[in-house]
Write a protein that binds this ligand. Structure first.
Ligand code: NDP
Length: 294
């Protein structure tokens, strides 16, 4: 059996480098109500059993409800997980970020996050957010911090501030039908040795010119490779680029067959020809485009 695909987050001044699965589990729309709770917990636990131990959540999702579901899924096995949550931009102030993180930890039933992200750029000065992230780190409440929905200019602005260059990751929209980050943002990350996380890897949300899951080339290629179209999309999203795998895809799945399919991609490989055919069908833009978001 091949080694499961992993991405390494570089060492920081305070943490050693850590290898995480290249496919994690998203939780947007989990925790919306009691009817689906048991299914959601089971899905996350199965995903962990199958190696998708990175879980991505946010205070935004179901108003904290998703964090509670994750907390239940992690009961008795917190140490197996690499846990990521996000703070609303308007809660990312010097003191408000501390309070938001503590509420998040309470809902998750844990004393620390492995990674805490600013959900998107907002009005609160970044210096305040960085100060709060550093305090949270000193207090052992977060191990690393990162950002989400930051474009190149935002990353440059962050990097220019005290402590900004300790940012561990940027979580952005990325799927076969939305390859805008490849033009400038992904090269910026490569240059700075900072991995990316790709959300909506199955293109189930947001604006779409065409749905890759129903595209004929995707379906034909998937059949040739012994994969489902969704598996092919995930395998493409986490493909090594120039020999380096540095993007973590975050599918969200509640159906157990989806969870199994997604986890199986950790062992899948795509040959260069398949990648070329997919990329010819879904070309990257020729010029810089505004960052795609949902
Ligand atoms: P996805 O692209 O992961 O699509 C999720 C949908 O795809 C669900 O309907 C799910 O079904 C279905 N699905 C999952 N696996 C498969 C499969 N193998 N075959 C067929 N269908 C499948 O979209 P999301 O919008 O949920 O994004 C993923 C995660 O990224 C979020 O949950 C969240 O954690 C994060 N995110 C972050 C954002 C940010 O601003 N930082 C913004 C948006 C998302 P089912 O659940 O029924 O199994």
């Amino acid at each position: 059996m091949t080694q499961p695909a992993r991405v390494t987050l570089p060492a920081t001044a305070h943490e050693p480098a850590v290898a995480v699965p290249a496919i994690g589990q998203g939780t947007w729309y989990m925790g919306e109500g009691p009817a689906s709770r048991a299914d959601e917990i089971r899905a996350l636990q199965l995903g962990m059993d199958l190696g998708m131990t990175l879980i991505d959540t946010a205070e935004m999702y179901a108003d904290g409800g998703a964090e509670k579901v994750v907390g239940q899924a992690l009961a008795g096995r917190r140490d197996e997980a690499f846990l990521v949550s996000k703070v609303y931009p308007w809660n990312a102030g010097r003191d408000s970020a501390i309070a938001a993180c503590e509420a998040t930890l309470e809902r998750l039933g844990t004393d620390h996050l492995d990674l805490y992200l600013l959900h998107w750029p907002g009005g609160i000065p970044l210096d305040e957010t960085l100060e709060a992230f550093e305090r949270l780190r000193e207090d052992g409440k977060i191990r690393r911090f990162g950002v989400s929905n930051f474009d190149v200019d935002d990353m440059e602005g962050l990097y220019g501030r005290p402590g900004g260059d300790s940012c561990a990751i940027n979580q952005v929209l990325y799927h076969l039908g939305s390859r805008g980050i490849e033009h400038a943002l992904r090269p910026w990350h490569r240059q700075h040795g900072m991995p990316l996380m790709g959300y909506c890897p199955l293109a189930r949300a947001g604006r779409l010119q065409q749905d890759p899951l129903t595209n004929e080339v995707v379906n034909t290629l998937a059949a040739e490779q012994g994969l489902t179209p969704a598996q092919l999309m995930l395998a493409w999203a986490i493909r090594p680029v120039d020999g380096l795998r540095d993007l973590i895809a975050l599918p969200k799945a509640v159906h157990l067959e989806h969870v199994r399919d997604n986890a199986a991609v950790l062992q899948a490989t795509l040959d260069d020809q398949a990648v070329d055919r997919l990329e010819a069908e879904f070309p990257a833009p020729f010029a810089k485009e505004p960052l795609d978001v949902v």
